[in-house]
Design a protein around this ligand. Structure first.
Ligand SMILES: O=C([O-])CC(=O)C(=O)O
Ligand SMILES: [Mg+2]
Length: 213
């Protein structure tokens, strides 16, 4: 679905969410309240939006049938502090090639998610269970804390945060991210040699502090 191939997606993930965000020039960052469920979780893929009711994870079971390999489930659960997702759903997701989960809501079984390597990002970790009353919506756009996420958007999620890019911007953002990283690599060599960011970035002209003691 995305215009990038598997190698390019991997490269964008390695460049990182912060670089993708900065290079994009777009307001594409989800707020920092979304955190990885375990240290080292990271994923890239195409968004499959899901809407769920507070304390009800039935739509996530449906989403696993609808998901295509490489999809990231992006779930609006209204920030509800319930364990919408855990080991059982993650095992199924891995078997079906789902690349990850982003949920405005809770996840649980986080040790097991780490052990089996399923990358989940959530606004809480919560042990409360969920009901199965409303099948929800799978595939139509959702709003996560004011950010619209549509089917096919590109999700880049790692330790720093989550960028959600329109699919049509993916190649431009990859190119701009490569350029940004290459420029920073050049700067690194100079910084290691003792140069100052004030000079490399031309910040000296922006003004100096009153007290430099
Ligand atoms: O009970 C649920 O649906 C969520 C959960 O803990 C699991 O998937 O293991
Ligand atoms: Mg469980």
């Amino acid at each position: 679905m995305t215009v990038l191939d598997a190698g390019e997606l991997k490269e964008l993930l390695a460049l990182g969410s912060a670089t993708a965000y900065e290079a994009s020039g777009l307001p594409c960052a989800l707020p920092p309240v979304f955190r990885p469920a375990w240290a080292g979780a990271r994923c890239v893929g195409t968004a499959l939006p899901v809407a769920a009711a507070p304390g009800d994870n039935l739509p996530l079971h449906w989403a696993l049938e609808a998901a295509r390999p490489g999809d990231v489930l992006v779930v609006d659960a209204g920030g509800s502090e319930h364990g919408y997702w855990g080991e059982v759903l993650a095992v199924s997701a891995l078997a079906r090639g789902v690349a990850g989960l982003v949920i405005d809501g809770g996840v649980r079984d986080t040790d097991r998610l780490r052990e089996i390597g399923f990358p989940a990002f959530s606004t809480s970790v919560a042990i409360l269970g969920t009901g199965k009353s409303w099948p929800g919506r799978v595939g139509s756009p959702v709003h996560l804390r004011g950010h619209r996420v549509a089917r096919g958007d590109l999700v880049v999620a790692d330790a720093d945060g989550i960028a959600v890019l329109p699919a049509a911007e993916a190649r431009r953002v990859l190119d701009a991210s490569r350029a940004r990283a290459a420029k920073e690599d050049q700067y690194m060599a100079e910084l290691r040699a003792g140069a100052l960011t004030l000079d490399l970035y031309g910040f000296r002209e922006l003004g100096q502090p009153e007290d430099q003691s």
